[in-house]
Design a protein around this ligand. Structure first.
Ligand code: URA
Length: 217
């Protein structure tokens, strides 16, 4: 496996993932469990952010202590709609980030993404000093992830500054992204067995968007 895949192995993550897999977990339980895992994924994903030393005075003495380098810009990019579920935690942990929504839905026959939203207001200060977190709870075929990364590469942001945050990943999606973007970092809580013929992750948790937003009537 590529050295840029980081699986967050932790008993609390595993426990909450079981809640998510259980088809009897209702929306409230589902979203609570997902939020708990989101913190673990974000702490893992943000470990790549550069820091600089800052002079501070504690009640005891003066010292130097690290802060996130103020010269970088951070874009958090949820792939709509399921990626939105990570946005609150992302904004809480990275209050200075820019949120850039990427609207894509998948053609259920071809499993290819169809874009419907991608608006960037303004310009990046320096693409080389920009870090991007792409959010999608289910890394399945990798088709939408592929497009999302490509979108930022077109803006001259280095591949190694991009971090893909997913809850569950399929081997097929990981292979697609790592082949195309070997320097992309992928953070996930579990790599599942495979995709089924409808492009769903097995065993997975079903349709993440439907379960997050309670859209199964
Ligand atoms: N999207 C989902 O919501 N679930 C899957 O299993 C695959 C893609």
């Amino acid at each position: 496996m590529s050295e840029n895949i980081y699986v967050v192995n932790h008993p609390l993550v595993a426990h909450n993932l079981t809640v998510l897999r259980d088809k009897n977990s209702d929306t409230e339980k589902f979203n609570q469990a997902l939020k708990r895992i989101s913190y673990a994924l974000f702490f893992e994903g943000t470990k790549f952010l550069p820091t600089v030393e800052k002079q501070v005075s504690t009640p005891i003495c003066d010292t130097k202590s690290p802060v996130i380098n103020p010269e970088i810009e951070i874009i958090v990019s949820p792939i709509l709609r399921a990626g939105l579920v990570f946005s609150d935690v992302a904004q809480e942990l990275l209050p200075f980030c820019h949120i850039h929504h990427l609207g894509m839905y998948r053609n259920e026959e071809t499993l290819e993404p169809i874009w419907y939203y991608n608006k960037m207001k303004g310009k990046l200060k320096d693409p080389l000093k920009t870090f991007v977190f792409i959010l999608d709870p289910m890394l399945a075929t990798g088709n939408s992830g592929y497009d999302a990364v490509h979108n930022f590469i077109k803006q001259q942001i280095p591949e190694e500054n991009m971090i893909f945050i997913s809850l569950i990943s399929a081997p097929e999606g990981i292979e697609k992204l790592t082949k195309a973007y070997p320097k992309l970092k992928i953070i996930t809580s579990k790599i599942d067995e495979k995709l089924n013929d409808k492009g769903y992750i097995v065993p997975g948790l079903g349709d993440a968007g439907d379960r997050i937003f309670n859209t199964v009537y």
